[in-house]
Write a protein of this length. Structure first.
Length: 203
């Protein structure tokens, strides 16, 4: 990704076949969005900002509008005029998106089995059991399937990879992935290219 650009309009870097191919690839692999968040946090702002916008604005543009309105209201706070940069706006926008995901995770946990700690995804039939030092993921396949299973933090870092693009036979499968306690994670289960995500708090 590019940190800076010589063009006055940074959007110009998206006007090429390479960017369009990257955008299509990210759309086909939803879990890459969290890796883009990570690159944004590390300062790779130009391409990350454009990608995040192209990948999320269609569904969440109202959130960015609220972020910008809030920034405008705070421009003259305490007699100091502050203009928020596109990078700062995008960081605030991403934080709002993650806050929404976290609140969704809490709702999903409440809908699960409070005695066992098992919760179920809305998008795939797999369950996650949280323990003090990680999570156990169980799922069942009806046929031979290309599977990837990763535990990712909310910055997009892969904490643990249990399966990496491996063909698994039909039947029940169970994997344990270690993680630090009292932290939220995303369990990413990819089945033949289809991404299923489960948010979980390691207890």
């Amino acid at each position: 990704m590019t940190r800076t650009t010589i063009h006055s309009n940074p959007k110009i870097i998206a006007d090429c076949e390479e960017y369009r191919e990257l955008l299509d690839y990210c759309k086909a692999n939803d879990e890459l969005l969290y890796a883009i968040y990570e690159r944004l946090g590390k300062g790779d702002c130009v391409a990350a900002i454009i990608l995040i916008g192209d990948l999320t604005f269609k569904e969440h543009i109202s959130i960015m509008h609220k972020v910008r309105e809030k920034a405008i209201k705070n421009m003259d706070k305490d007699g100091i005029k502050t203009i928020r940069s596109p990078y700062s706006n995008c960081m605030a926008y991403v934080k709002e998106l993650l806050a929404i995901e976290n609140s969704g995770a809490k709702r999903e946990r409440r809908s699960g089995n409070t005695e066992t700690g098992i919760t179920y995804s809305n998008s795939a039939d797999f369950c996650v059991l949280s323990s003090s030092n990680g999570v156990n993921v169980e799922f069942e396949l009806t046929k031979q399937t290309n599977v990837s299973l990763n535990l990712i933090d909310l910055s997009g870092n892969v904490v643990c990879s249990a399966v990496n693009a491996k063909m698994l036979e039909g039947g029940k499968h169970s994997y344990f992935m270690r993680a630090d306690p009292k932290r939220p994670y995303l369990v990413h289960l990819m089945l033949d290219g289809r991404v299923n995500v489960k948010k979980i708090m390691v207890m």
